[in-house]
Design a protein around this ligand. Structure first.
Ligand code: H2B
Length: 101
C-alpha cells in the first residue's frame, strides 16, 4: 500500500485522536510508553499488536523491559508519518485497553 507522508497539520489533527503519544522533534515519528502489570501482560499486548501490524503490513519499532513497552512509529518508506502509523497506533490503543496497567 503506497502511503503519502502527512503534513504537520494533518499529523497534529491525528494526534488529537490519541492519548499519550508524542511527536519527535523532527515531526517524523510518534512515540508512547505503555505500562502493564507484569511481563505476561506486556508480551500479550505485543503479541496482539504484532498481529495488527502484520495485517497492516506496517511494523513498530519497540523496546520491552519487563512490564514496559516503548513504541515508536513511523513509515520508513515515506520518510515520515502516514495514515498507517495512526492506524497502528489506534490498534495498539485497543490492544492495551484490554489489559490492566
Ligand atoms: C516491503 C514492505 O511492504 C515494506 O518495507 C513495509 C513493511 N513494514 C513497514 N513498516 C513501517 N513502519 N514502515 C514502512 O515503511 C514499512 N514498509
Amino acid at each position: 500500500m503506497k502511503m503519502e507522508r502527512l503534513e504537520r497539520t494533518a499529523v497534529e489533527a491525528e494526534l488529537t485522536e490519541l492519548s499519550g503519544w508524542a511527536l519527535n522533534d523532527a515531526g517524523s515519528s510518534i512515540s508512547k510508553t505503555f505500562k502493564f502489570a507484569n511481563f505476561v501482560e506486556a508480551f500479550g499486548f505485543m503479541t496482539q499488536a504484532a498481529l495488527a501490524a502484520e495485517k497492516l503490513n506496517h511494523h513498530p519499532e519497540w523496546f520491552n523491559v519487563y512490564s514496559r513497552v516503548d513504541v515508536t512509529l513511523n513509515t520508513h518508506d515515506a520518510g515520515g508519518l502516514t495514515e498507517l502509523d495512526f492506524k497502528l497506533a489506534k490498534a495498539m490503543e485497543k490492544a492495551a485497553a484490554r489489559r490492566v496497567a
